[in-house]
Design a protein around this ligand. Sequence first.
Ligand code: ZN
Length: 368
Amino acid sequence: MAYTVRKLDDYAPAALDAAVHDLLSAVGQEAGSVAGENDWKLFRDRWMARKNGILTQVNDLWLKAAPGPAKREVGARVNQLKTEVERAVDAAQQRISSSGSKSRLDSERLDITLPGIRRPLGAEHPVLRTMSEIVQVFRAMGYSVADGPEIETDYLNFEALNFPPNHPARDTQDTIFVAGQERKPQRDRLLLRTHTSPVQIRAMMATPPPIRVVVPGKVHRADTADATHSPIFHQVEGLAVDTNITFCDLKGTLDHAMKAFFGSNVKTRFFPSFFPFTEPSADVSVTCFKCGGKGCRLCKMSGWIELLGCGMVDPNVFQFVKSNGYDSRKISGFAFGMGVERIAMLKYGIDDIQLFYQGDVRFLEQFN
Ligand SMILES: [Zn+2]
């Protein structure tokens, strides 16, 4: 039976003590059965609510109703009851909140003997890895590294490299132009650079001769993607200018670089070629590093693989940077360039260039 407050009819001290005892044992019992936050709120309100809480009823039915001579005795006991009830309510709250945090501790227990989460290490992308390996070969020969913007002016991408406006050589590089520039003079129009060569001009504008730079970077052409073409790919380009630089220096440098990159028994071969910014120009082949020159599918049975283009810097190019000390009567130089994807495909035996750009971890994790 839940405790209810009844009017007192006997104000003798022994009868008052008995009433107090009944009430305290009731509050103790109810406090003991409080099991959670909601329980506790109901318990608190039942005993302590201003309006109709048990303590309020005790005040009304015991103290206010007591006859004058008994008020002192009753009042002392009512005060004692208030203190005891408040203490019981506080104690119940303490008990449920500490048991709550204990169960939380239990549920969040950390088993430090469980194995940890192993995070797989990433690997350098094969294109970037190949590019930095090539750069490293030339750095070891004393070349510094330069780079430049991918959005370039027509002037630096073509004109200063001896591709005059309307020159047919421009057609060999399908160019992506930035839209809405019809009002600008042609040389100021912006495009996505079709090769890293404009950085050669930028380097010569920034540094008087002698200069030796290698330029790794991303280039863009309006090519349809297929197994050997991508509208975005990477090149490494090099430039050396000094007094008395000859074609022999070019041959020796590239022969050494290819041996450093592919192995010391690789041979190189130079064929006449054409590039607007070099004269004479050459294509360079290396002996097939798969069959060693005997002939296989990779080299199409020829024993040779065509890898890069090069040549002596055309004196017309020096005209554009003459004011910075590039006087073609006093200095000469050579330049070379290669496609990074092509070299990576040959080196790792990859037959589809698109694999480089698809981000498929099953492909990429082979290069760990
Ligand atoms: Zn071969």
